[in-house]
Design a protein around this ligand. Structure first.
Ligand SMILES: [Zn+2]
Length: 258
């Protein structure tokens, strides 16, 4: 449901370029949410978890179109090592990639380097301008599910977010206030602790477009809707963008879907 095959991804990106869409970075998104204008055909591309296929397949496609995407890293996962070949180079042999389920199993079994970006690849993507990197927590653990008390949940989440900030700060030379909730889960405690930790933009799994709101106070944070992109050819994406770039139609569509 949440993965896209390389050929569909390439077709979807080619459609965006052809249709005149531009991609926004996190700072442009933030400015838009505060009320600054952006071109009507603006999208933000996001990837969660930092999978190796973001480097092998997505990076060359984004580079071809001059697009930028946001990748939310689980900061305890990337390993050290050399940059592996990707589809944009003339390398004969690309890394073997696992499907999403196999990948999750590999991570659980300590074979994270087979499926997740290395720091060297992250650096290469940043240098090329194809990806920005933001936080998806340090561990991806759903603390609401594995702790026995509310206090424990709050403490573990706080430690997790502090560790995430420290790691990104050390490895990337800075950390943003954009945070993607693991599995889209958050509650009042999550929001409070994340705000406390310095995050202001919270990426959810709620469907829909995002509208600007200049009246909103900055220190309360802002939840960001996203569309789950299906493993479908470009016309699927075109139809969804047609719907969700029209706020009234988008709301009606989501109501019916629910
Ligand atoms: Zn995730």
């Amino acid at each position: 449901m949440i993965t896209v095959a390389p050929e569909h991804f390439a077709a979807q990106m080619a459609y965006l370029a052809r249709a005149g869409y531009r991609t926004l970075g996190s700072q442009q998104l933030s400015a838009f949410l505060r009320g600054e204008p952006v071109p009507p055909k603006s999208v933000v591309l996001t990837f969660d978890d930092g999978y190796l296929d973001n480097w092998v397949y997505a990076h060359p496609v984004l580079q071809r179109h001059g697009f930028t995407a946001l990748c939310f890293l689980v900061s305890s996962w990337p390993c050290e090592g050399e940059v592996r070949p990707n589809a944009g180079t003339s390398a004969t042999e690309l890394p073997r990639l696992l499907n999403h389920r196999e990948g999750e199993l590999a991570i659980d079994n300590g074979r994270v380097d087979e499926v997740i970006l290395r720091w060297s690849e992250i650096d290469a993507m940043r240098a090329a301008g194809t990806f920005e990197f933001h936080s998806h927590t340090h561990t991806h653990i759903r603390w609401d599910q594995v702790t026995r008390s509310r206090d424990e949940k709050r403490t573990r989440l706080r430690d997790d977010l502090v560790a995430a900030r420290k790691m990104l700060d050390e490895r990337l030379g800075g950390v943003s206030d954009h945070l993607c909730w693991p599995q889209g889960y958050y509650d009042d405690d999550y929001r409070e602790i994340a705000l406390d930790a310095g995050f202001r933009h919270f990426y959810t799994c709620h469907a829909g477009a995002n509208e600007s709101d200049e009246t909103r106070a900055e220190n309360v944070g802002r939840s960001i809707n996203r569309l789950e992109v299906r493993d479908r050819p470009a016309p699927w994406l075109a139809s969804r963008l047609w719907v969700h770039t029209r706020p009234a139609i988008s709301r009606a569509y989501l109501r019916i879907k629910r």
